[in-house]
Unconditional design. Structure first.
Length: 311
């Protein structure tokens, strides 16, 4: 009988090292085989997923013995937390394991977009020499506006400050007396942050409140020529409005690691075609060789702890 079903990729080493004594079924492509996944879950006590496996009511019905869901990451919008709670299924995100990786992705992206020169490869390959157009700007002295100020945003802030950036942040869920505000300027409203930031980076979950948080109205409040970065969740940015702002040069650039449609299809990606000031990556900001090891180890330890009866 299979104890633990793992439906998406992870570092296999930690299956062997951490889950000794458990019967594990690991198939990184199982997420794309819903029928097989449901059969395997008939007797499984644990399920390990990333962000693509939808742990919804239908899947939970197919897993009557399920005790725990391990999340290889921190976002939980693909997991029906209410349904899990009603069933007594424990949900364990790998909190903190990929913070540094996401923060580095954000910093790398903002530096590429601000400097501009790194986007000139297509012109260079065409035999052009776009020296003046590639001048760009320095990172030092710019203002980074963080929407959401949790663990990853704070990691991002520390790196940005080391580069000489000023950091401002908006998060109504972090109390004003929290020590995290000691060297970060707290903004009380989103519309206060947007006009001040040279770079806006999102660090919020996807919910009804955050769906299209950055829409045409919000973008219109952003500083002309500023940059938008989203490594949080697809759907928090209205992609149609973003493309319009990039096409009109109201925004100077954007870096997206998450999308309203994932995986990003050719038709969904078509709206970004021809834009020279966009960086697109496949929901990979939190995944490096190092973070994959940390996330895999933390997740398997969490799952085994629950199965052993100690939550």
């Amino acid at each position: 009988m299979t104890d633990i079903v793992i439906s998406e990729f992870m570092d296999e080493k930690y299956i062997e090292e951490t889950a000794k004594g458990y019967d594990c079924h690991y198939d990184p492509n199982l997420v794309d085989k819903p029928g097989e996944l449901k059969v395997l879950l008939e007797n499984a006590r644990a399920l390990v997923v990333r962000n693509r496996t939808q742990v919804n009511q239908e899947l939970l019905i197919a897993a009557p013995k399920l005790k725990v869901v391990g999340r290889l990451g921190v976002g939980l919008d693909n997991i029906d937390l209410t349904a899990c709670d009603k069933r007594g299924v424990v949900v364990c995100p790998a909190t903190g394991a990929n913070d540094a990786s996401v923060a580095e992705w954000v910093i790398t992206s903002l530096m590429i977009l601000l400097r501009g020169a790194f986007l000139s490869t297509p012109q260079m390959l065409a035999g052009k020499w776009p020296r003046e157009q590639s001048m760009g700007s320095e990172t030092a002295g710019k203002t980074l506006g963080l929407i959401g100020f949790g663990r990853i945003a704070r990691e991002t802030a520390s790196r940005a400050k080391a580069l000489g950036m000023e950091v401002i942040a908006y998060d109504p869920y972090v109390s004003a007396d929290d020590p995290c505000w000691q060297d970060t300027r707290k903004m009380d409203r989103l519309n206060e942050l947007l006009p001040l930031a040279d770079v806006v980076s999102l660090h919020v979950p996807l919910s009804e409140a955050t769906h299209h948080l950055i829409d045409s109205e919000a973008i219109s409040q952003m500083k002309p020529g500023s940059v938008l970065i989203n490594a949080a969740r697809g759907g928090t940015v209205d992609e149609k409005a973003l493309v319009e702002a990039l096409s009109s040069n109201h925004l100077g650039g954007a870096a997206l690691d998450v999308f309203e449609t994932e995986p990003l299809t050719e038709s969904a990606a078509a709206r970004f075609a021809g834009l020279p000031n966009v960086v697109l990556t496949p929901h990979i900001a939190g995944i490096t060789a190092e973070s994959n090891q940390r996330v895999s180890q933390v997740t398997m330890k969490n799952v085994c702890r629950v199965l052993e009866g100690s939550t």
